[in-house]
Design a protein around this ligand. Sequence first.
Ligand code: COA
Length: 343
Amino acid sequence: MAYDIVVYDSSRKQAVLELQKLHWGGDIDRNRLYFDWKYERNPWLTPPRIRLAYDRDKLIGMLGAYGSCWELGNLRHPPRCASLGDAVVDPKYRRQGIFQSLARALTADLRRDSFDYVISTSANHVTFRALSQLAHQASTRGPLLQARGWSRPWLWVANMLAKGTFGPKAGAVIERAPRIEEMTKLVARLTSDDRYRHCRDPEFYRWRFRNPSCRYRFLYICRPQLRGYLVVQEWDGGPQPKRMHNLVDWAAESDGVLVELLGTARRMISTRRFRVWHTGDDSRCAAALAANGFRLTTGEPRGPAVLISYLHDSNPFRRCFIDGRDPRDIANWDLRQIDSDFY
Ligand SMILES: CC(C)(COP(=O)(O)OP(=O)(O)OC[C@H]1O[C@@H](n2cnc3c(N)ncnc32)[C@H](O)[C@@H]1OP(=O)(O)O)[C@@H](O)C(=O)NCCC(=O)NCCS
């Protein structure tokens, strides 16, 4: 079937919000908020770079690119990066190569705009497979861990508050707002290896935690200055699972602080399941997760899936390395769920 692949402009926004009911959910106002946040207020890429598929004048598919900022070892110049997201094709038109045509066209746009890498971290099993088939992709996947929350968390909180071992007196607090300056300073102080990772600077955090499709809670341990933090996410409406929390970001200055943060989150947040990505060769973190009951999931869970494409070389991964590391090995990535637009 013939279809056209065209460049997005703002006259097509309403049609995009309608089409995204298939993927983001049926509430058009909510979809507008999400679109504005992601594509019009992104710190690294505006105006929106989106490709659309049309069957005559009917919108049948979309793929977006939003700006991201990656530290890829000690490259001499910071690379310009974008990530793909929000793929959707009208069900009547699926399995005809439309998604792959959108991905090729959008990647070519980014190459023309002098981007260096496309790094995507939100692929599900279908888009991961589809993108892996395209030329110049390197890809890798990692595990997802899961733990159960406590069944009566508020009893535990009340108990801890009564004993004075939780709350401002003990230095462990839960808040609704990110302490951006303190968090980014802690991350800068603790980062000691050159695994690939998304930058964690104030600009990123200011934008990232405004994602209107999610609610975030920030757990801090301060004695008296910040020693560690953990960000717990849940979806705020939409089609995503309820009663599930994701531990989307954290930093801790010691094993003890990390174990305490994980244990506190599990006990005080009422939920059936907690999920967390675990990548890299960070055995300290693995031990803290295991100590808090996190176990590998089986089946089709959405673990970290990285697709990376270098835009300036016809055969970019022939040596398979960026600054001496192989991007096809998940151990070379330090990823958190906050690095994916799904959370
Ligand atoms: C994901 C989606 C955009 C794919 O669009 P599409 O135009 O059908 O994809 P394509 O035809 O380009 O598929 C290319 C390849 O992807 C893989 N693929 C596509 N759909 C698949 C499916 N349902 N199951 C398994 N593999 C699939 C196949 O390898 C396919 O190649 P093949 O047809 O030669 O075997 C579409 O299924 C969709 O809108 N899904 C709902 C929204 C969604 O899940 N978005 C992704 C969010 S991460």
